[in-house]
Design a protein around this ligand. Structure first.
Ligand SMILES: O=C(O)CCC(=O)C(=O)O
Ligand SMILES: [Fe+2]
Length: 204
């Protein structure tokens, strides 16, 4: 029987289980030390910087500059997944990227990450509007340190995909930024995640 390869459009995420060593996860979390965390906002077309809405999102964010060493983790896995599956035209990491902390009750309801960035002149394409095309999450916490806080993806047909292998500390998930996803409420402890987005010229 011949196997029919799925279209990249039918592949909603690429997961690596436990690939980032625990001491590296610790070192990433330590980047938050002494940096002020701000409450994550949700997109509001009428308000620059978005708005707070704890029904949709309750996270604490530390912004890390694109030059921070941890960016190489995001870029590496985005690049691997992109070569393997989607082959999107991406050319830069959004800066700053995010170190997220979910305390008890922290969650991030169903959303996509699509965001049109203002025209930027530091791309090889000159001053073109950039779009988020690939999203990356790295699970930095030990699964023993929290309950809940599961990352899930929804397909366009409404099927929810939970990847149990993502629970292992140091697991990575890469997905097209258009893919709808969520993080279920943390019911105990603290969950840390490193999150970043690869940008590219506007889709046309
Ligand atoms: O915490 C996560 O794993 C995902 C966070 C997220 O979806 C986002 O920041 O857009
Ligand atoms: Fe997201």
């Amino acid at each position: 029987m011949t196997q029919v390869m799925p279209s990249p459009r039918e592949i909603f995420s690429r997961v690596w289980s436990g690939v980032v060593p625990a001491d590296v996860c610790e070192a990433v979390i330590a980047e938050a030390t002494g940096v002020e965390a701000f409450e994550g906002t949700v997109v509001d077309r009428d308000r620059e910087g978005g708005r707070l809405d704890h029904n949709i999102r309750k996270t604490l964010t530390v912004g890390l500059d694109g030059g921070n060493w941890a960016s190489s983790l995001i870029v590496r896995y985005a690049d691997l997944a992109n070569q393997e599956i989607w082959n999107f035209d991406v050319n830069q990491l959004e800066s700053p990227f995010s170190l997220l902390r979910y305390e008890q009750g922290g969650h991030f309801d169903w959303h996509s990450d699509v965001l049109r960035e203002p025209a930027s002149s530091n791309t090889p394409f000159g001053p073109v509007p950039a779009e988020r095309k690939l999203s990356v999450t790295i699970n930095l916490s030990d699964p023993d340190d929290y309950d809940g806080g599961r990352f899930e993806v929804a397909t366009p047909h409404g099927k929810v995909i939970t990847s149990p292998e993502l629970a292992a500390r140091g697991s990575v998930v890469v997905f097209p930024s258009t893919v709808v996803h969520r993080v279920t409420p943390v019911t105990r402890g603290t969950r840390w995640a490193l999150v970043g987005w690869l940008l590219g010229p506007q889709l046309r």
